[in-house]
Design a protein around this ligand. Structure first.
Ligand SMILES: [Zn+2]
Length: 115
C-alpha cells in the first residue's frame, strides 16, 4: 500500500491567527461570564505559527471558583455514565471480563464524546 501524501496545508498567516485568537478570546470570555466569572480575556500575539489568548492575573478567590466550577462539571451526574458504570460493576460481579472490558472502552468513548 502506498500512502498518498496529502497536499501541504498553507500555514495560517499572523492575520489569520490574530483573528482566530480574538474570536477564541471572545468566546472564552463569554462562556466564563455565563459561569459568573467576569474575566477580561484578550487575544495574544501570534508566536511560531500559533495563536494565543491571554488571561489576566486571577485573584486567588476567582481561581478557586473556577476550580470548583470545573470540578462540578466533572462530577455532574450523567445518565449515560451511570448506566455504563452499573453495567461494568455488574459484569465485574459476574466475572464477565469481556463485558467489563467493553464497558471500560465504552466509558472512554463516551467521556471523549460527551464531556
Ligand atoms: Zn456521561
Amino acid at each position: 500500500m502506498v500512502a498518498i501524501p496529502s497536499p501541504p496545508t498553507p500555514a495560517p498567516s499572523d492575520a489569520d491567527l490574530r483573528r482566530i485568537s480574538a474570536q477564541t478570546a471572545h468566546e472564552l470570555q463569554a462562556v466564563c461570564r455565563e459561569h459568573g466569572w467576569a474575566l477580561h480575556i484578550t487575544a495574544g500575539e501570534p508566536m511560531s505559527g500559533n495563536g494565543y489568548v491571554e488571561f489576566p492575573p486571577l485573584r486567588v478567590d476567582v481561581a478557586q471558583q473556577i476550580i470548583a466550577g470545573l470540578r462540578r462539571l466533572l462530577t455532574t451526574r450523567c445518565e449515560e455514565c451511570q448506566a455504563i458504570k452499573r453495567r461494568r460493576a455488574q459484569a465485574l460481579r459476574e466475572k464477565d471480563t469481556p463485558t467489563a472490558r467493553a464497558m471500560a472502552v465504552a466509558m472512554g468513548r463516551h467521556l471523549r464524546a460527551a464531556h
